[in-house]
Each structure stands twice: as C-alpha cells, then as structure tokens.
Design a protein around this ligand. Structure first.
Ligand code: GDP
Ligand code: IMO
Ligand code: MG
Length: 456
C-alpha cells in the first residue's frame, strides 16, 4: 500500500452493529466523534434509536447522527437514508431546546422521503400479514400458519425503500425544494397510492394538495441543510479530513445478508457505506463492530439463543431492554458467537466494542453459543456447524451448542482498565476474541460516555 492510499484508508472509520440492533452503536459513535470532522449516517431511517448518555443526560437519536453533541462537526445524513422530515425536524427542535447546536446538520438531496402514506402502508401490510397468519392453510385445518408479519417499527421504512426501487413513485429530499415539480408528480403518486391502500383495506386517501401543505413548510425549514453530500464528503476527504460512518440497524437485519424476510430494507453493514454515501469502500480503513455481551432482538424472526425464562427476564430488567424507538420489550438471549462471527466477516471488522458487560454481573454461569446443531440435516446423526445459515427457516430449527463459563458477581460499572475487571469477565472477553478472531478495542460497563474501557 502506498503512503497516500494508507492515508486515505485511515481517514474513514465505520461503527456497525453485529447482531440484531441496539448493540450500543450510538454510545460508541459519540465516544469516537471528537477524533472526526464529519459523522455520517448511510442507511435506515427513523427505525433506528441510538442512545447517548452524557453526565446522566440521555439523548435518543433517530435520524440525526450521534456525533451531534460535539459542536463544529458536520452531521451528515447520506443518500442511503430514508428521511421522515417530520421526525427529523422534531428531533432537531428537541436537541435545540436542550442547548445542542444543530447547525452542523447536512441532509443529502438524494435521500428519499418517508411520506405519510408510507407509514400507513407499513401499518396495513403488517396488519394483513398478521391476519393471514391466523387463517388456517389447506391441510392445516386447526393449526394456524405462523405469522409472516415482520414486526416492523411502522416508521414507513420498507414502503419508502420499495418506492425508491419502483422509481416513478419515489420522492427525494431535493423534491421538497421544487414544489411545482413535486405537486405534478404527486398527482400520479396519489392515484396509485390511493388505489393500492384502499385495496389493502386502508380508509384514508391522499390528495396532492394536502401532501404539498405537509411538505412545503418542511422543505423551507430544511432548505439550508440540503446539499450534494457526495461531493461534500469527497471534498472533505481530499482536504485530509476524517469521516466516521454510523451504521443503523445491524448486520443480521441486512436486507441481503440478514435473516430474510425478518430484516429491515437497507444495507446495514459496512457494505452499505459506498452506495449509501458515494464514498468507495477502499477508503474505509477501520471498522468497529459493536457487540452486546448477550443477544437481543426486537420484532419477529429466528433467534437461536433466545431465553424465554427467568434468565432472559433478569437480563431484560438489568439491561433495561425496551426499544428506544417503539418501547417494545426486546427479546433476550445468550451471546451467539456463530452469528457475531458471520457479522464480523461481512463487515470486515478490525476490532470489537463489547457493550453492556455490566448487565451480566450476578449470573452464576454464563453460556455462549459457539456452534449450531442442524437438527433437520437428514443423514445419520446431527451435523454441527460454526457457519451461520441466513435462511430464516433453517435458523429457526438449529440447536445452539453452548460453552458454559463462570460468571462474575462484582459491580464493574466503575472499572476503567481491562486488567481491573474480575478474572471471569476477562475470560469472557477472551472467549469473544477467540470466537470472532478479532481483538476487543472498547469495553462498555455502563451507559454513560465515561463508563468505557478503551484499548486503542
Ligand atoms: P444502538 O441502537 O446500537 O445505538 O443502541 P440503543 O441505544 O438502542 O440501545 C443500547 C442501550 O444500552 C441504550 O439504552 C444505552 O444507553 C445502553 N447502554 C449502552 N452501553 C451500555 C453499557 O455498557 N451498560 C449498560 N448498562 N447500558 C448501556
Ligand atoms: P438500531 O439502529 C433494533 C427491526 C424491527 C423489525 C425489523 C424491520 O436502533 O439498532 P423496519 O421498521 O426497519 O421495517 O423493521 O427490523 N429493526 C430494529 N431492531 N434496532 C434497530 O435499529 C432496528 N431497526 C429495525 O424491530 O424486526
Ligand atoms: Mg437502537
């Protein structure tokens, strides 16, 4: 590698989730932000809920990048994000009322707009899928088919990305600034959406006038933040500035590589950065994979290590495992190293940030899944594999193979050096490093920015 390309590569770092979301990405992005000039969201939308806690003050961010608490940084919402302008403005107002300077926010003109009918469609699709699951299928006179509802956040994410792919019915952020053009386009969009939504049992119909009345003031409000972020980022990099990419959602929710169909609709891994920002992957020198010390999942879909018992409930209470976006209780389970290793491979992670380690204190024995037994593999005897089968049906039937290790009883929330952790906690971290094949660079022992052990 030449010096110049080395310099380029190290200018960009990515922070990505290696499980099913809510690993603590917001905390790590906030922690790293002082060393960067721009913090960039590249995927997802207001389905994300990223918490940052500073000196007891909690901030929940949905669309605004988690570097916003540092004045003077650019907070960029890239083209790969789907933006609900109402949520964005509410978030900016909320931050402003708490004294946060939000003038560094930049919004890509190419990002797609989550329109009111996208949220209605998300809701209707989920309702229909639940109903369809309750209808017994042929040959199953009594047993209902399992629901194929995804358990979305109902933020309109899937329908907005679907319109991006459909093209003719898409609305981009730049359209909020050319109301005449939008007004004309909304005529055919409304005709199509009204037909579609009423066929799905929707009661509300939309008119171009009401959607313009909704969109126009928001376009005016956001106008000065709307830019061509692709050139902005490349200009930044050419000037030797440093860029931090903030993943939303997580690897196992990736539309291509996750547990399809129980996934979100975007490219959630570092593989989504090039398309979601216009910055080529060769520029990304460092990828930090964020891993919760156990597993959680919100919504439907397979989760091999799920614990629907007192262990799971105990972790849920100690970890306050309720969604930042929807308030739904999160499903809880043991750490799944098969899944994390797969996610680390997809992301090309350079190091790991292990989060919420403090939550595991007080459990006598900890279990970690190191392989899966494929129970429906046919042949003689069950096949054991260390590979993650992303097929949701297969994953739903695997049996986790656990390694059981001693737990630790000490309160570790005040520990600031890895060497000062109880030996069982250190051994747990070593087990993770061995299992994923990557070193741990950050250990989080509490929600606050300060409750972090950094091994740079
Ligand atoms: P994100 O979506 O990946 O940014 O994660 P969320 O913010 O949705 O969920 C992580 C939750 O864990 C938040 O409530 C954080 O404040 C909290 N949290 C982060 N790190 C730690 C930690 O080390 N210990 C504890 N107890 N809580 C943490
Ligand atoms: P952060 O960034 C946890 C899940 C939803 C649902 C599925 C699809 O906070 O980690 P969607 O509304 O995207 O169509 O829902 O994906 N999901 C998340 N779960 N954390 C998230 O984001 C999530 N974003 C989407 O619960 O199962
Ligand atoms: Mg979250």
């Amino acid at each position: 590698m030449t010096n110049e390309s080395q310099h380029h590569a190290s200018a960009c770092t990515a922070v990505v989730g290696l499980q099913w979301g809510d690993e603590g990405k917001g905390k790590i992005v906030d922690l790293l932000s002082p060393s960067f000039d721009a913090i960039v969201r590249y995927n997802g939308g207001a389905n994300a809920g990223h918490s940052v806690v500073v000196a007891g003050e909690r901030y929940a961010l949905h669309l605004v990048p988690s570097g916003i608490l540092y004045p003077g940084k650019l907070s960029i919402i890239g083209n790969g994000v789907v933006v609900d302008p109402e949520v964005l403005i509410r978030e900016l107002d909320g931050l402003g009322s708490r004294g946060v300077d939000t003038t560094g926010l930049v919004l890509s003109s190419r990002a797609h707009v989550v329109m009111p009918y996208h949220k209605a469609e998300d809701e209707l699709r989920e309702r229909l899928l639940v109903q369809a699951g309750n209808i017994p299928t042929a040959g199953e006179a009594t047993a209902a088919a399992p629901s194929q509802a995804i358990g979305t956040t109902k933020r309109g994410i899937g329908p907005c990305y679907a319109d991006k792919a459909h093209r003719a019915t898409a609305v981009r952020v730049e359209d909020l600034l050319r109301i005449d053009v939008l007004s004309r386009r909304l005529r055919h969009i409304c005709a199509l959406k009204n037909a579609y939504l009423s066929a799905m049992g929707g009661e509300k119909t939309y008119t171009p006038d009401e959607l313009i009345a909704w969109a126009e003031p928001m376009g005016r409000r956001l106008a000065s933040a709307i830019k061509d972020t692709t050139y902005l980022l490349h200009d930044h990099l050419a000037a030797g500035k440093r860029v931090l990419f903030e993943g939303a959602n997580a690897a196992l929710l990736d539309v291509d590589h996750g547990t399809h169909p129980f996934v979100t609709s975007s490219s959630t891994t570092a593989l989504g950065i090039p398309s979601g920002t216009g910055v080529p992957g060769t520029r990304i020198g460092n990828v930090i994979g964020v891993v919760k010390a156990y597993s959680t999942r919100v919504g439907n879909g397979p989760m091999p290590t799920e614990q629907i018992n007192a262990i799971g409930e105990g972790i849920r209470q100690r970890g306050r495992e309720y969604g930042t976006t929807t308030g739904r209780p999160r499903r809880v389970g043991w750490l799944d190293l098969v899944a994390v290793r797969y996610a680390g491979m997809l992301n090309g992670v350079s190091s790991l940030a292990v989060m919420l380690l403090d939550v595991l204190s007080g459990i006598d024995e900890l279990r970690v899944c190191t392989a899966y037994r494929l129970v429906n593999s046919g042949g003689v005897g069950a096949v054991v594999t260390g590979r993650f089968p992303p097929d949701a049906d297969v994953l739903g039937t695997v049996e986790p193979v656990y390694e059981t290790v001693p737990g630790f009883a000490e309160d570790i929330t005040g520990v600031r050096r890895r060497a000062d952790l109880p030996s069982a906690a250190r051994r747990y971290l070593e087990l993770i490093e061995r299992g994923v094949g990557v070193r741990v660079s950050h250990i989080s022992v509490g929600p606050d920015r300060a409750q972090t052990i950094i091994e740079a």
